[in-house]
Design a protein around this ligand. Structure first.
Ligand code: MG
Length: 255
């Protein structure tokens, strides 16, 4: 009987995921450095694609379910899945960049939110709360704990700071597929969900709104915005569950 669809990666697969993750992490950093007034989201997307392909990998998102870019670039009230194009960034914008790289059949997936020039104190704090919730959550990413132990801590961390976590989209297993079991929500009761085991690889990705948690998908079928128009931020890394601390596969500087 199959008790779980969650794949445990072999040492060889983990090595490929380290490489894929390193490429994705470096592509995120490149995109973040490009965020500046006057730059278009399409220019960032092109640079991300060129970089990933130059590393012998392919952009995981390009044509994924028909997505037309190599990076999802989501500005201000856009939470996720923004389509890159001619939009010129303005000083004061916050810009979420989500990138994936596939290397020899394995994916790395990561995201971050970057300030464009000078941003408001509220926006800066939202970015910090979002990233902080990731680190608080993955402190529980250890064998024997359950997936929702991570989820619960992310939610608690965010809500204690007056922000909200998106419910309609969740983190996920990552590996030979960009999205694999298990789902890794950013909310829920501790002590539930699959038990974590060494060799699992998951993408933990808090999507945090400054206002209400509800989101709306625009008519383009992709761009997801906060329903109340408040700012949103996103932070994600692909991680490996080990016998000790989780390994950040998409850390900057791993390449
Ligand atoms: Mg993801």
């Amino acid at each position: 009987m199959r008790v779980s669809m969650i794949s445990l990666k072999s040492p060889r697969e983990i090595d490929l995921m380290r490489k894929a993750g390193a490429i994705a992490g470096a592509a995120r950093a490149l995109a973040g450095k490009m965020v500046a007034p006057g730059v278009t989201t399409g220019e960032i997307d092109s640079a991300v694609r060129k970089f990933i392909e130059g590393q012998g990998a392919t952009p995981s998102f390009l044509n994924y379910n028909g997505f037309p870019g190599s990076a999802c670039i989501s500005v201000n009230e856009q939470v996720i899945h923004g389509i890159p194009g001619g939009r010129k960034l303005l000083a004061g914008d916050i810009v979420s960049v989500d990138v994936g790289a596939c290397y020899h059949g394995f994916h790395g997936d990561c995201a971050g939110t970057y300030p464009c020039g000078e941003i408001s104190a509220e926006a800066q704090r939202l970015i910090e709360v979002t990233e902080g919730s990731f680190w608080a959550g993955i402190a529980y990413a250890k064998p024997g704990n359950r997936v929702y132990d991570i989820s619960h801590v992310v939610q608690q961390y965010v809500e204690e700071r007056g922000c909200s976590v998106v419910r309609d989209f969740v983190g996920h297993g990552v590996g030979a597929k960009l999205h694999e079991p298990p789902e890794v929500p950013n909310f829920g009761p501790a002590g539930h969900g699959p038990r974590l085991q060494a060799g699992m690889t998951i993408a933990v990705e808090p999507m945090v709104n400054a206002g209400d948690f509800q989101v709306t998908v625009l008519k383009d079928g992709w761009t997801t915005v906060t329903t109340d128009g408040s700012l949103a931020a996103h932070y994600e890394n692909s991680i490996l569950i080990t016998d000790g601390e989780p390994e950040i596969l998409t850390a900057e500087g791993n390449l």
